[in-house]
Structure formats: structure tokens, C-alpha cells
Ligand binder design. Structure first.
Ligand SMILES: Cc1cc2nc3c(=O)[nH]c(=O)nc-3n(C[C@H](O)[C@H](O)[C@H](O)COP(=O)(O)O)c2cc1C
Length: 188
């Protein structure tokens, strides 16, 4: 089983990165083949609304998304991991999600058949504050992204109150919860 982890934070070895690594380690411990995309290190332009994708399902922009589209459609499990920036996902991961409009066009406009059956995904997020709605906007975005690429949103790990680099290591359960999420995801 292929598990694709999308690491949306620009901070390497920061909270999101540490949580995603644990989740991928959990999936690996259940025999999954894992791959991590560090979105900040990739060249992914924001969507420019050229709308070439409406004609043939392909984006007009040539960059690292060329290699990412097949990965999004091939992985049996996808984990999106992001810190909360202004009540949303980071712009790095949002660019990747917006560029999935090409997949949306293949599915809903061109009525192409996309691989869907049994593919599942999870969301991992971390934020500094503890506001009641801290994760709401990002959850909606990730759910709609998953729906577009044919993935069922089945799990989440949402950690409020964590701010400094690596502070998540001091959280009583976050890292073990991430490991468990990865194990669960690879087994369901
Ligand atoms: C540009 C920016 C915007 C942020 N916006 C929020 C926010 O709206 N709510 C919040 O609780 N934390 C916010 N934070 C704090 C981060 O979510 C927090 O520091 C998180 O632990 C960073 O995770 P990372 O180490 O994985 O990058 C923001 C941080 C930055 C840099």
C-alpha cells in the first residue's frame, strides 16, 4: 500500500514535520510504502486560471505538479499535514490543492473515470492558539480536496496550543497519536 504524506510547513523538523514523520512511521510499521512531499522545497506555482484544464484535464503550467498529479491519483492513502496559518492551510500546500483543479476538471467537466475505490486520507494540523474554530476552515478545504481526487476523509489529528519549533515533542500525546493514526490508516 502506498501512503503519500504532504508536508505543508516551511519549517523542517517543526511541529507538522515531526507529526507527519510519526504518522508515516506508523504506516510503515504496518507494511506500507511511504513517500513524503515537502511542499516548500518543490516548485509549485499557484493556479493562474488559464483554464486549459477544462479542455483536456491538463494544467498549462509546467512545474513539479507534473510529477505530483500521478502520485495523488496513485496513492492508496494520502495524509495532508499543515500548520494553521491565519485560520487556513499554508500557502504552499494550498497552491498544491488549488492546482488539483486539473483533476477536478477531468472528473466533473470531462467526465473521466478516476481511480477511487477504497482510497482514504487523513488530515494532521497544528496551531498555536486554542480557538474553538481553529481547524474548521482547513478541514473543509482538505475534505473538498480529498473529494476531488477521489479520497475519503477518514481520520484527523488536530493539535492546538503548540507554537515553537519542535514544541509538539512536549505535548503529552500528539506524537503517539500521530503514530497511531498512521498505523490505523495503513490497516483500514
Ligand atoms: C504566517 C503565520 C500565520 C499563523 N496563523 C496562525 C493562526 O491563525 N492560528 C494559530 O493558532 N496559529 C497560527 N500560527 C502559528 C503556527 O500555526 C504554529 O506556530 C505552528 O506550531 C507552526 O507549525 P510548524 O512548526 O509545523 O510550522 C501562524 C504562524 C505563522 C508563521
Amino acid at each position: 500500500m502506498k501512503v503519500l504524506g504532504i508536508m505543508g510547513s516551511p519549517r523542517i523538523k517543526g511541529n507538522t514535520d515531526l507529526l507527519l514523520d510519526e504518522a508515516l512511521r506508523g504506516a510503515q510499521s504496518r507494511g506500507a510504502e511511504v513517500e513524503k512531499l515537502v511542499v516548500d522545497k518543490l516548485n509549485i506555482a499557484p493556479c493562474r486560471e488559464y483554464y486549459r484544464c477544462l479542455k483536456d484535464g491538463n494544467c498549462a503550467i509546467r512545474d513539479d505538479m507534473d510529477d505530483i498529479y500521478p502520485k495523488l491519483l496513485d496513492a492508496a492513502r494520502v495524509i495532508v499535514a499543515s500548520p494553521i496559518f491565519f485560520y487556513g492551510l499554508t500557502s504552499q500546500v494550498k497552491a498544491l490543492i488549488d492546482r488539483s483543479q486539473a483533476i477536478w476538471a477531468r472528473k466533473y467537466v470531462l467526465k473521466q473515470h478516476l481511480p477511487e475505490s477504497g482510497r482514504k486520507g487523513a488530515f494532521i494540523a497544528v496551531g498555536a492558539t486554542r480557538g474553538e474554530k481553529l481547524f474548521d476552515g482547513s478541514i473543509l478545504t482538505v475534505k473538498y480536496f480529498f473529494k476531488t481526487i477521489g479520497i475519503k476523509y477518514v481520520d484527523e489529528l488536530l493539535i492546538p496550543g503548540v507554537d515553537k519549533k519542535g514544541e509538539v515533542k512536549e505535548h503529552p500525546t500528539a506524537l503517539s497519536d500521530a503514530l497511531e493514526l498512521g498505523r490505523r490508516l495503513a490497516q483500514i
